[in-house]
Design a protein around this ligand. Structure first.
Ligand SMILES: NC(=O)c1ccc[n+]([C@@H]2O[C@H](COP(=O)([O-])OP(=O)(O)OC[C@H]3O[C@@H](n4cnc5c(N)ncnc54)[C@H](OP(=O)(O)O)[C@@H]3O)[C@@H](O)[C@H]2O)c1
Length: 280
């Protein structure tokens, strides 16, 4: 690990397909500058068929760490030598670290990123709350354990393919009160928090949901990030949700947790959030 001005910079990056839209170089660039870490951070567009070979090539030729994004998170869990407990739980990896012994450690910082954004940036209390999570893909796998560790009253996972939601609920049932269902099976009183972990927003779509899920105390969080409103935030606003927000804070906080794993130093996320404000 090298500080500022100490020879060649250490190499990091993000592997995905596509990856050109990623904000990670901007975020890690700001972290590195603020913490005086001598590193470069690049984009690596790697097609699924090439993922294993190309990622191992990068990590054995000097790249010390990678963020992993769509669609490689589950493949990355199979590639590393060791999983952190939270990555093992999720069976999905969004951060790989390669230390001096050449061992590859796979971590998942999506969940701590979401919970940190909710609790610290948005002052949302999770304890004893009813939470609805939409989706059952890689991102949702990563956030279930950190949410359930907050002693929720109930966690409902609802997905377009209901069987996937039910399977996830069974996999995480030992951590707290969790149930899985299809969108049309969601019932009960309005939720305290609704997290959209589907990729529907990226397609300009909104899952069809029953009425009565949102009241004026409901916080609605879309993991998707981009500029302007998403179909989900528009839906939540139309139902007068207490607050609607997108996943920029999660993105920055999961990056900070990856930076800690790689560099052993926690960057301040506030200046990065402020710098991203103009793009949100
Ligand atoms: N803010 C952050 O830091 C952060 C981090 C990670 C991910 N994300 C965001 O989280 C979202 C999900 O990512 P992922 O990696 O979990 O993707 P993924 O593994 O491909 O999972 C996609 C999920 O969305 C559902 N879905 C897709 N299109 C849909 C539609 N039109 N209507 C309803 N459901 C639909 C899928 O349902 P089926 O199972 O039925 O196919 C599946 O549950 C993306 O928007 C991504 O950008 C944000």
């Amino acid at each position: 690990m090298s500080g500022a001005g100490a020879g060649a910079p250490d190499q990091y990056g993000v592997a995905g397909h596509p990856v050109a839209h990623s904000w990670s170089p901007f975020i890690h660039g700001m972290f590195a500058k603020a913490t005086a870490q001598n590193l470069v951070y690049r984009l690596f567009d790697i097609a699924p068929a090439e993922f294993r070979r190309e990622t191992l090539r990068l990590l054995t030729s000097g790249v010390r760490g990678l963020n992993i994004t769509l669609p490689h998170k589950q493949s990355a869990a199979e590639l590393v030598n060791e999983l952190t407990p939270r990555a093992a739980r999720a069976q999905a990896v969004n951060t790989i670290a390669c230390f001096d012994d050449a061992k590859l450690i796979g971590d998942n910082t999506d969940g701590v990123g979401l919970v940190c954004d909710l609790e610290q940036n948005l002052a949302v209390t999770l304890q004893q709350k009813r939470v609805l999570v939409l989706g059952a893909g890689g991102a949702v796998r990563g956030v279930l354990a950190p949410l359930l560790e907050r002693d929720l009253a109930q966690l409902v996972i609802a997905n377009r393919t209901a069987a996937k939601a039910r399977r996830l609920a069974a996999d995480f049932g030992d951590l707290g009160p969790v149930m899985g269902c299809g969108f049309d099976e969601i019932d009960g009183p309005p939720f305290d928090l609704i997290v959209n972990g589907t990729s529907a927003s990226l397609q300009g779509e909104m899952p069809e949901l029953p009425v009565g899920l949102v009241c004026e105390d409901t916080v609605c969080y879309d993991m998707a990030y981009g500029s302007g409103q998403t179909p989900f935030t528009l839906w939540a606003r139309s139902l007068h949700a207490k607050r609607t927000t997108k996943g920029w804070g999660m993105l920055v906080e999961q990056a900070a947790a990856a930076f800690v794993l790689w560099r052993g130093i926690r960057p301040d996320t506030k200046p990065v959030m402020e710098a991203l404000e103009q793009y949100r």
